[in-house]
Design a protein around this ligand. Sequence first.
Ligand code: NAD
Length: 449
Amino acid sequence: MKLVSLNPATEDVVGEVPVTPVDAIADVVATARAAFGAWRDLGAAPRAERLAGAGQGLLDRAEELAALLTAEMGKPKKEALGEVRSCGKGLLKEAAEMAEALAPEHLEDARTKTTLYRDPYGVCVAITPWNYPMSMPHWLVTPALVAGNTVVMKPSEETPLVAQAWFDIVAPHLPEGVLQIVHGDGEQGRALVAADVDLVAFTGSKEVGASILAAAGDGLKRVLLELGGKDPLVVLDDADLDKAARFAARNSFRNAGQVCVSTERIYVAQSVHDAFVSKLVDEARGMTVGDGAEEGTDVGPMINARQRAKVVEQVRSAQVAGAKLVAGQPEGDGNFLQPMVLTHVDHSMDLMRSETFGPVAAVQAFDTPDEAVQLANDTPFGLGAVVFGGDDARDVARRLDAGMVGVNRGVGGAAGSPWVGAKQSGYGFHSGRHGHRQFAQVRIVSEPA
Ligand code: NAD
């Protein structure tokens, strides 16, 4: 059976891969298990060196890979190129940092000398989504490998070709069986979680994450989950409104809103609400929707008709409940959607409660910063949150219940920061020294001092 990959802008066939039969998965996992001992014994620094070798391969072919990424997933080519390059640079530089993060530590008191080791778990399965089709496998597979696990990657059924291209460049740098790829959908994902694996690293929706956690419970398999978000942006009355509106537009509509940390709920101080909305509407109307392969496109297509229909339904049902659409319309050709801004929203609407994976920004006014904090935290999600404002912004930021909070900027941290979700947006995390260590089992060996 074949998995056929379609271009979401043109609906042309981009290519195909063979689907891995579910009954072949036990053998794939057995191969990974057989390769584990030698890979573990190699040591973290030599493992990192091998991966660094693959980084140059990605950079050398960055333009070609970015064109494939745009064709298969739809994002504008500049953003696709940025994604490929960051994976290449990541392998070149971060693999060594990952190895350093795993170095043994020595502890000692009057009676005992202890060495703390960070050892691999064994076989890791990495299951990933389509919205950053190269970064997502890269972020999970690389630290798992450097930590000494062997890995079976299962990319999204929407973007198998980009993942296959990444695999084809990385796998030749590794011993046979250390990295394998399985193609398919939830069926293959479920079979992998149920197979004889030790660690499941997953990025995707909250619902699938919860089902993986339940399925992994039987064998008490280790699980790392990076899940969806419903990120708030709080705009205080003394915020720089131009900057806040520019940020809101970029972060709500980038990647056609198909970003886990996209700004979905915007809470604005009543006194500046109308001025902010008018600036945001101008920004939204200034964005060009089109095929990501074309020069000047800001907002590409939605990944498929099903995702597009979900977003349209959320917007329409909010309108029926009283929301006003002040920019864009939930209509248009093919898989495309214009950037939309809604006002007069409230938390009774699905639009303000469930993840919206599309180019939609919903704006609600607040009277006091306390009310803004209460509204922002009124969600089971806790991935990112952003505050724009003056002196009080930092205090508001500390009260927001999210893993990553930005003040007068987006949520990404300085180099070395983890990518981390709180509440139901994450269960474990990756990146940065603390994230790299999550792919390893801590053990201690002690002896008399
Ligand atoms: P999804 O959860 O539908 O699918 C993710 C992956 O899981 C796919 O490879 C899919 O085939 C597989 N899968 C589906 N059912 C499974 C099952 N029962 N068992 C095992 N595997 C299964 O998500 P998606 O639509 O591909 O991606 C969008 C979601 O990903 C959004 O919720 C988004 O917020 C989230 N996301 C989170 C982050 C983060 O860093 N927190 C980053 C990117 C995307």
